[in-house]
Design a protein. Structure first.
Length: 478
């Protein structure tokens, strides 16, 4: 057997052992190889093509044109299509607009191209019935990723580098180095294309590759493999700590809300992880800065505050509860709506009210007026004009006869009603003062003691069903 064939078998065995170690089964599966046309992806496609008959899997390939490099990108696409056609490998050309995506997301071109590439590959995998998407990341790529994350302040997750498996994305070439991929292409007698952007200093990864990695190789020729092994250990420890954080999260979370006190009392290594896992459940990714903001909110003395998480989402503190919500504007103006029969009244920015007249002889179970969203007012108790409005300075309210009236503002505070919700709460009042408050009930002195007499029925509807701060299915304080 020739030395060239021995070398190829050694590479096949290295990849097979790596796949087995990471529990990546190919037999009976379809693998979609991401194919840029460069040395790494050409080597991956060639080696997988050589392994597929023996290992019992199907192979196809896809190339992404990001619309960044003009004529050169068109050249690469033609090369990849011809390369696959010559070897009988099913091929799909994918096209996207990375510059446009970068502008829309407000990110750099590298990040936008990566997001676009995986988005298109994932769609193509579905259309081509592929079980795995194989990318040609090598140990060199892994080392560069670790260094970039280190420079950017990445913690254990960032220093774990490129994962061997991420969903249906697999990296069979992580145990190989860039020199190995060029050797594999040479052994097959094939060619590849070169991306001119790899020579540009505009990209941080390129600067690391040319200026930093050579110094590290001088210090340790096996630096790539060392980084790969260190990342494996970090990843295992990171996953273990995540499992502890997930268990701890169940103790401090209820109905989607997080206990601020419970979070701050967790051991330091679990606090940030629990906060990140909690946010991930709501589809929010917290970087270090945002995680620190959530932890600061939990540990602050202020019982009502908010921190911005970007993307139109916020974390809001309401006493001991941390809530993830859509960002919203506080109402800019007060509302004051006179009662009008037979109409649907807009009450501020959130509620509607239906007002009807109930004559004394109309039979109805008026116990419903003890509910938090129904109000009944005897006509002969109304002083002047009756309106629906929000709280005013000077409003006083008594929940029972023994406690005496106190400022309505204080009642809201005692009931721990979120500060942002208070200006939205409807108050039924006349010229003598407060009669009834949504979610709380009647002022003790204005309760309808004669429900058999003529009166007005007011039924409130909360039109925002995505935020439970006001309409929780029960009165405030219950």
């Amino acid at each position: 057997m020739s030395s060239e064939r021995n070398d190829l078998l050694r590479y096949e065995e290295t990849v097979a052992r790596w796949l087995d170690r990471n529990r990546i089964g190919l037999r009976g599966k379809t693998v979609l190889a991401a194919f840029s046309g460069g040395a790494d992806s050409a080597a991956l496609l060639l080696l997988l093509n050589a392994m597929r008959a023996r290992d019992g899997f199907s192979l196809c390939a896809a190339h992404v044109n990001h619309k960044i490099r003009g004529a050169e990108a068109e050249r690469d696409a033609r090369f990849c299509e011809t390369f696959c056609a010559q070897r009988g490998i099913p091929f799909r050309l994918l096209t996207g607009d990375a510059p446009r995506l970068a502008a829309e997301r407000g990110t750099g071109m590298e990040d936008a191209a990566r997001v676009l590439r995986y988005r298109l590959l994932d769609k193509a995998a579905g259309e081509m019935h592929a079980d795995w998407i194989a990318t040609a990341h090598t140990a060199d790529d892994h080392l560069e990723t670790v260094l970039l994350n280190l420079a950017r302040g990445g913690a254990a997750r960032g220093l774990s580098g490129i994962r061997p498996v991420n969903g249906r994305i697999i990296r069979p070439f992580l145990p190989l180095e860039r020199a190995d991929t060029e050797r594999i292409v040479s052994l097959f007698g094939a060619s590849y294309v070169t991306d001119s952007s790899n020579a540009s200093d505009c990209y941080a990864r390129n600067r690391l590759r040319r200026s930093v990695v050579p110094v590290l190789r001088d210090l340790n020729a096996d630096v790539c493999r060392g980084a790969l092994e260190n990342s494996r250990i970090l990843r295992e420890e990171d996953e273990f700590l995540d499992s502890l954080a997930a268990a701890a999260l169940t103790e401090v979370e209820a109905a989607g809300a997080l206990s601020a006190r419970g979070l701050t009392e967790l051991p330091a290594p679990l606090r940030a992880r629990a906060a990140r896992l909690w946010a991930e459940q709501a589809g929010i990714t917290l970087d270090r800065r945002k995680t620190e903001a959530v932890l600061a909110l939990a540990g602050a003395q202020c019982p009502s505050a908010v921190c911005d998480l970007g993307g139109g989402r916020v974390c809001r503190r309401n006493y001991d509860r941390l809530l993830l919500e859509n960002a919203r504007r506080e109402p800019a103006e007060d509302f004051c709506v006179p009662l009008r029969l037979g109409e649907s009244l807009a009450v501020g920015s959130r509620f509607t009210a239906e007002v009807s007249f109930l004559p004394a002889n109309q039979q109805e179970n008026r116990s419903v007026y003890k509910l938090f969203n129904h109000c009944f007012v005897n006509c002969d108790t109304i002083k002047g004009e009756i309106t629906i409005r929000n709280r005013r300075a000077g409003d006083r309210f008594a929940r029972n006869g023994g406690s005496g009236a106190k400022p309505l503002k204080q009642v809201f505070t005692d009931l721990k009603i979120p500060r942002h919700a208070r200006p939205l709460i409807p108050v039924v009042a006349d010229e003598a003062g407060v009669i009834w408050v949504y979610g709380i009930g009647y002022h003790f002195a204005r309760a309808p003691y004669q429900p058999e007499k003529d009166g007005y029925r007011i039924l409130f509807q909360d039109n925002n069903k995505t935020d439970g701060a006001l309409l929780s299915g029960r009165p405030f304080g219950a």
